[in-house]
Structures are given as structure tokens and as C-alpha cells.
Design a binder for this molecule. Structure first.
Ligand code: ADP
Ligand code: GN1
Ligand code: MG
Length: 358
């Protein structure tokens, strides 16, 4: 997309001020994100092309985002900074449809920092506070939410997709992946056992974020404290354990999600403790015993799910995640599997920490 095309899209939103520049931001796996800078005192904006192959109902997704952010705004001291602000299009819709593509805009929150990895326990603690608070603010949200991605963290559904993808083998890669497929199959039973507890209602469901990696949290630059959860595309009803598990997958990894050097990848127990401490400081009193009992397990669950999803996409011929080179999804699979093994090795210690903190 060139500046002119981007400008033509941005101008269809109810943006204040004169647009000075539109620049790409970051390297998302799913959406394309741009910063819209305006001249003078007007605010800046985030413009996003939402990936409608991943999100089949972008209007429904935007309705979810508007509903939860309006709910949060009523409860916080600084409503323009402590959650996203959706900027509608000039015609009142929450998106602009341009051919095949859907676009959305929100306010750019200034004086914030975001990170790709946690480099201090203090940051991990703050991240835990951020997600704990996000869930607490939405605990009394009682409108139905659209299911923006079917069965997103439902491992029974993921195994259905997995079985179909392996049977179809569209890229002819299955024959070379027997070891990796074995990693997934060896854990099928325990993962389904956990999910049956969610299906039966034993583990309750709440409004959850569902994509809690560290880059989806904004921190306030002047104070270093957590400000808000962003990237609300996957806000849906699920177990809050998924938000904890996905954050642990991200904050505790001593390497990168796609590290080629597996020696870099371990689960840092120090970061685990810090994140759990922050999260429980907000959530401890509202959690059921069974949620505490499975808190540490959720890190195994979500990291396993990520191994399955990266490998499934590789088998499928790389259709879901954006990749930077030919076997990127396989590299991600190996790095996440190394992390899963590290989590499994330290699981007893993780359970002991949760017990101590709760
Ligand atoms: P993606 O779907 O590509 O992951 P995100 O919504 O997470 O897109 O945005 C990518 C990055 O852009 C974030 O990690 C953050 O650094 C920055 N960002 C996104 N929204 C805002 C915002 N409203 N204010 C400031 N920075 C933002
Ligand atoms: C994607 O959109 P982003 O980059 O925040 C993915 C997550 C994965 C993550 C892995 C909608 O998150 O589920 O955990 O990549 N989001 C979607 O880094 O599939
Ligand atoms: Mg993101």
C-alpha cells in the first residue's frame, strides 16, 4: 500500500486534524498496523488492516471491542489512556470496507512503551497486574460477545482441525514431520482432559483477552507501570486460565518465540513468580479453587496449543501466520516445543509457587 492509498482509507474515519504521515508499525503476525500522525495538537491514531481470513466477522469483532472498551471506560480514572478508544468511520460504522479488506482505527496512546520480551521481573509483575485488572474490570460485563474465531483456545476443536490437516497434507510435509507430530500426539489425552473441565463448567468462563503476549500490553512511559491491554481482537468468553497461560508462554521465555538457537529458550522461574504475583494481586480473591489448581497447568496447555498451531500451519502450507522465511513455522514449532519441555520440567516448582502466593 502506498501513502496515497493509506491516506484515502484513513480519511474515511472520523479523525481530528490534518494527517501528516502514515507509517507501518511493528511486525504483527496477523494484522497490518500503521501509525497515523497528524499535524499540530490533534491526537495520533492507529490504523489497522484486519486480517479477514483469520477474522471472518470483522464487524462482529469491532462490536465486541467497542462494548468492552466502553465498559472499561466507565470504571477507570483515565478512560482515554486506560483502554483503547475506537474511532468510527465517518458513516458511523466501526470499520471501513475497501474491496476485500476491512480497516479500523483507534486512538494512539502517547507516552507508552511496549515490549517483545520481559527483561525484568518488575515488568513481568506489571504485566500480570495488567491482565488481572483487565479481567477484573470485565468481571461484571454481561452482554453476549461474538465468537470472533471459532474454538480459538478449544483444544478439542484444534485437534479436529489438526486431524483434518494431517489427513489432507496439502503441502506434502507430513512424511518429514513424524517426530514433531509425535510431540503433539503424546499430549493429546492430558490436554483434552483439562478442556473437558471447561466444557463441563467445572472450570468457569469469563470475559477474557485470549492473546496476552507481552506486546499486547502498553506500559506508561513516565512511571513504568502497566497502563492497559491492547489488541482486543480476540476478546471473547473463555476460561481466564488461558490468559494466564499465554502470558507465561510469552513473559517467561528466555529466548525468542522463533529462536533458532534452542539453547536460548528456557522458562524462567523468576519471571513466572513475578507474573503470578502481579496477576494474583488482582485476581486472587475472585478465583475459584479449581482455577488456582490449574493455574500452572494453563502454561502447559497454551504453550502446547501454540506448538500444535505453528506445526499445523506449517503442515497446511503456511496459510495463517505471516512468515519471514520458508520454514519459519517449523522453527517456531521447535522453539515453542523447547519452551514446553522446560515448563514441564519445572512444573512442580510452578505449582508450589502458585500455592505459596495464593
Ligand atoms: P497486531 O495485531 O499486529 O499484533 P497490535 O494491535 O498488537 O497489532 O499492535 C501492534 C503494536 O502497536 C503494539 O504492540 C503496540 O506497540 C502498538 N500499538 C497498538 N495499538 C496502540 C495504541 N492504541 N497506542 C499506542 N501503541 C499502540
Ligand atoms: C498471534 O496477533 P498477534 O501477533 O498478537 C495470534 C496468537 C498467537 C500469537 C503467537 C488472532 O498474535 O493467537 O498466540 O500470534 N493471534 C491470532 O505469537 O491468532
Ligand atoms: Mg499484537
Amino acid at each position: 500500500m502506498n501513502q496515497e492509498q493509506l491516506l484515502a482509507i484513513a480519511k474515511q474515519f472520523a479523525i481530528e486534524g490534518e494527517i501528516a504521515e502514515i507509517k507501518p508499525l511493528g511486525e504483527g503476525f496477523i494484522n497490518d498496523t500503521f501509525v497515523v500522525t497528524t499535524a499540530g495538537d490533534a491526537p495520533n491514531y492507529i490504523l489497522q488492516r484486519k486480517n479477514h481470513n483469520v477474522f471472518p466477522d470483522v464487524p462482529g469483532m469491532m462490536d465486541n471491542i467497542l462494548a468492552v472498551t466502553e465498559h472499561i471506560k466507565k470504571k477507570v480514572a483515565d478512560p482515554m489512556r486506560e483502554t483503547l478508544t475506537v474511532i468510527p468511520a465517518c458513516d458511523g460504522k466501526l470499520y471501513v470496507k475497501d474491496g476485500e479488506n476491512f480497516w479500523a482505527v483507534c486512538l494512539f496512546i502517547a507516552d507508552t512503551a511496549s515490549y517483545d520480551r520481559a527483561d525484568s521481573p518488575e515488568l513481568a509483575y506489571q504485566g500480570g497486574v495488567g491482565i488481572g485488572r483487565f479481567q477484573a474490570l470485565l468481571a461484571d460485563f454481561d452482554k453476549p460477545l461474538n465468537e470472533t474465531i471459532k474454538g480459538f483456545h478449544n483444544i478439542r476443536w484444534r485437534f479436529k482441525q489438526w486431524d483434518e490437516t494431517i489427513a489432507a497434507d496439502p503441502a506434502g510435509r507430513v512424511k518429514d514431520l513424524q517426530q514433531e507430530i509425535g510431540w503433539v500426539e503424546a499430549r493429546r489425552g492430558e490436554m483434552l482432559d483439562f478442556w473437558s473441565k471447561v466444557e463441563s463448567g467445572e472450570i468457569p468462563t469469563h470475559v477474557t483477552h485470549n492473546d496476552t503476549k507481552i506486546s499486547n500490553i502498553l506500559f506508561d512511559k513516565p512511571t513504568g507501570k502497566v497502563l492497559c491491554a491492547i489488541d482486543l481482537d480476540t476478546v471473547m468468553s473463555s476460561t481466564s486460565l488461558n490468559d494466564f497461560g499465554d502470558a507465561i508462554r510469552s513473559y517467561t521465555n528466555t529466548g525468542a518465540e522463533d529462536d533458532k538457537n534452542l539453547d536460548n529458550v528456557e522458562m524462567s522461574i523468576e519471571m513466572f513468580r513475578a507474573y503470578a504475583e502481579g496477576y494474583l494481586s488482582e485476581q486472587r480473591s475472585s478465583m475459584k479453587q479449581i482455577e488456582l489448581d490449574y493455574l500452572a497447568f494453563s502454561a502447559r496447555y497454551i504453550t502446547f496449543e501454540q506448538v500444535l498451531r505453528f506445526l499445523m500451519d506449517y503442515i497446511d502450507g503456511d496459510k495463517y501466520y505471516r512468515t519471514a522465511y520458508a520454514d519459519h513455522n517449523l522453527v517456531r514449532t521447535h522453539a515453542q516445543y523447547k519452551l514446553l519441555q522446560s515448563i514441564e520440567r519445572q512444573y512442580d516448582q510452578m505449582c508450589a509457587i502458585v500455592k505459596e502466593l495464593s
